[in-house]
Design a binder for this molecule. Sequence first.
Ligand SMILES: Cc1cc2nc3c(=O)[nH]c(=O)nc-3n(C[C@H](O)[C@H](O)[C@H](O)COP(=O)(O)O)c2cc1C
Length: 185
Amino acid sequence: MDIFEAIKTRRSVRRFQQKPVEDEKLNALLESVRMSPSWANLQCWRFIVVKEKTVKEQISEMSYVESFFSTRGYKTNPSKKGLAEAPVVIVACADPSQSGAIWDQQYYMTDIGIASQTLMLSAKALGLGTVFVGVFDEQKMRDLLGVPSGIRIVGLFPLGYPLEEKKDGPPRKPLHEIVFYEKWT
Ligand SMILES: Cc1cc2nc3c(=O)[nH]c(=O)nc-3n(C[C@H](O)[C@H](O)[C@H](O)COP(=O)(O)O)c2cc1C
């Protein structure tokens, strides 16, 4: 699949078939993520691949954070079901000490953001679906997965074959609203 096609047709996938993800595809995706650029090539990311049903169910429960969702008019995290039903959940972590900080810009978030987009586009190219899940209880997740203090857990990616093919996603702002030429106008 052409890169532009993958970018254009990628959609957040939140429901999955029970069909397992082949090891070859999972490895191809992780190999692709490994090639992402990062601050000074420090590669601050670490990924936990979870397949165990009971652990995925606990991860799913932790994606509902009442204080976050109840104040935003959501009943739950839209990805909660998918985290339990996906054959694989990839938990993206970062070691901030293995990245850069310049003034108040923390580049570990950028590093993980880039790796996340590599992951999502690779999933698309492999015929798989995923979604970036950024809302979850980090402390509970840390305890569940044995993530050391000092390491941040930044995103969860349920991964599997999409239950349905989504064509249209939420619209994007037009270019004239987001691009300035020569200076901010
Ligand atoms: C940093 C980040 C955090 C996100 N967190 C969640 C989340 O907790 N739950 C969820 O269902 N979707 C989450 N999303 C997915 C966005 O809602 C989605 O990407 C956006 O609405 C655009 O839709 P599309 O991915 O189909 O183009 C997140 C996306 C990003 C980039």
